[in-house]
Design a protein around this ligand. Structure first.
Ligand SMILES: Nc1ncnc2c1ncn2[C@@H]1O[C@H](COP(=O)(O)OP(=O)(O)OP(=O)(O)O)[C@@H](O)[C@H]1O
Ligand SMILES: [Mg+2]
Length: 314
């Protein structure tokens, strides 16, 4: 394991607002690391601190062994960034934009044309490549900004909501590009996102931020099992006993419903540790149980569990 990013009590204030609050993290080479959290939780600020666009108020961050603020130029050559509101040259074509950035990134002259074509193809911009970017749709601009982040084959990518504004097909293509960069090319990806399904499917680990603080960190599935106690559980019982089973399960779950055909019941909000008690109660009541299937909790469940705790506390 090799940490490519280390933050140590990283903190950033904006006046009275603590945007990032004593964040200590290590991000390993090759992983897709998700930054999750509500609007204003501190994801973008964290990314900007890692990029050297912002100075920390206190604490520190090292990226690829470098100080982002002091060694920003070297860092930018080795990292690709998609910001929340990417700036593109609107008066230039997509091809001219990429060619210009290829020069800024110091790509070998002989490689530029081919690399630019390959990015235009990968992000589905080839047929509009010579049009001015000012006339592009939001999603087309987003794809161009993404292709710029990937252009110089950086070892580390910072992607702030990469699929924002993309249609489902484009979003999937972008996710495939991210997965390919990580799995096949061992690039490290820091991914700030609101799309919890994407995060669950793609991220090796995620950090959940709240008011700039780290409130959860780990592999999506492990976090879900650890943090989410209330499950949805499917029961299959003897058809003629469905109503009785429903009444019994009411004592254990937040809600219980029976499907139209009977026999199959869905108990929601049943605490994992009480599943055996519920099964026992069904047996005591003489109900014949054929199947009990707890559903795996998702990152979305984690998110709402954490949010519930937050709103109750505040
Ligand atoms: N340049 C700035 N000046 C003042 N306040 C700022 C600045 N940048 C961020 N903040 C504040 O810091 C907090 C964190 O903002 P940040 O943009 O990091 O959140 P985020 O998690 O990226 O949110 P979103 O999901 O909406 O993109 C917010 O309260 C925001 O208003
Ligand atoms: Mg943001």
């Amino acid at each position: 394991m090799e940490a490519v990013i280390q933050t140590n009590d990283l903190t950033r204030h904006f006046g009275d607002i603590v945007a990032v609050d004593a964040l200590s993290l290590e991000i390993q080479r090759g992983e897709i690391f998700g930054l999750l959290g509500h609007n204003g939780a501190g994801k973008t600020t964290t990314v900007r601190l890692m990029n050297g666009v912002l100075n920390p108020t206190s604490g520190n961050v090292r990226v690829l062994g470098l100080s982002p603020v002091e060694q920003g130029a070297e860092l930018r050559r080795r990292t690709g960034v998609l910001t929340e509101t990417p700036a593109l040259y609107e008066a230039l074509s997509a091809r001219a934009n990429l060619t210009l950035f290829a020069e800024i990134y110091n790509l070998p002259k002989a490689d530029v044309a081919q690399r630019v074509e390959s990015m235009l193809a990968q992000f589905n911009l080839a047929d509009r490549a010579d049009e001015k970017v000012g006339g592009f749709s939001k999603g087309m601009k987003q794809r161009l900004a993404l292709s710029r982040a990937f252009l110089h084959e950086p070892e580390l990518l910072f992607l702030d909501e990469p699929t924002s504004g993309l249609d489902p097909i484009a979003a999937r293509q972008v996710n495939d590009s991210i997965l390919h960069a990580s799995r096949d090319e061992r690039r490290t990806v820091v991914l700030a996102t609101h799309n919890l399904r994407d995060a669950q499917q793609m991220c090796d680990r995620v950090a959940v931020l709240e008011h700039g603080r780290l409130v959860a960190l780990g592999k999506p599935a492990e976090l879900a099992r650890e943090l989410v106690q209330a499950r949805t559980v499917l029961f299959h019982v003897e058809l003629s006993q469905a109503a009785q089973a429903e009444a019994t399960l009411q004592d254990y779950a937040e809600s219980v419903s029976t499907d139209d055909a009977g026999g199959a019941l869905t108990a929601q909000g049943l605490v994992y540790d009480r599943i055996p008690d519920a099964v026992h109660a069904l047996a005591i009541a003489g109900i014949r149980v054929y199947q009990v299937s707890p559903q795996e909790p998702t990152l979305e469940d984690v998110y709402f569990t954490l949010h519930q705790v937050d709103t109750e506390a505040s």
